[in-house]
Design a protein around this ligand. Structure first.
Ligand code: SF4
Ligand code: SF4
Length: 160
């Protein structure tokens, strides 16, 4: 029997993709959605907040068909993640201070937040990637991520 060797199809992002977060906060707000969080991540979040896991769930999570998602809060018609909070940061020109919405639990944010924008749905096609860039100014800018690195982030099941 003669075996046919099927050539490996290279993904459209084989030369890598650029992304550096500008910390604009756009991906932490918008229409209603889900920010999935696992039991392990709830434990890490609870330790960071110095709360019990039960209290963390009660205050910050909602049960969606047996899975937990972070709660959202309404602000000017937008659904902010419960942890998106106003903070004073250095202004862009470095000469003063300005107010900005930032993640208040950044070191323990869930995997879903850590792996953006290298989500499967965004990587399926260049069109999807560009569409995601409409809301995320960090896409296509800054650090070049190699193909293998992109796929490792896409397929991650837990924090690195
Ligand atoms: S946990 Fe932090 S990074 Fe994730 S959506 Fe909420 S505010 Fe944004
Ligand atoms: S939308 Fe993009 S650039 Fe803005 S905070 Fe989210 S990941 Fe960073």
């Amino acid at each position: 029997m003669k075996l046919t060797v099927v050539p490996e199809v290279q993904p459209w992002y084989q030369d890598g993709l650029r992304f550096t977060c500008t910390q604009c906060g756009n991906c932490c707000t918008g229409g209603p959605g889900y920010i999935w969080i696992t039991d392990d991540e709830i434990q890490r979040l609870a330790s960071y907040l110095k709360l019990s896991a039960e209290e963390t769930v009660r205050r910050y999570c909602r049960n969606v068909s047996g899975r937990f998602s972070l709660k959202e809060k309404l602000r000017e018609g937008l659904h902010d993640c419960i942890f998106l909070q106003e903070a004073e940061v250095a202004s862009a020109d470095g000469k003063g201070r300005t107010k900005k919405l930032v993640c208040s639990v950044y070191p323990v944010r869930p995997l879903q937040c850590r792996t953006w924008p290298f989500w499967e749905g965004n990587l399926v096609s260049q069109e999807n990637w560009q569409r995601a860039g409409g809301r995320c100014p960090g896409l296509g800018k800054g650090k070049l991520h190699g193909c293998k690195q992109i796929e490792a982030i896409r397929d991650a099941e837990d924090w690195p």
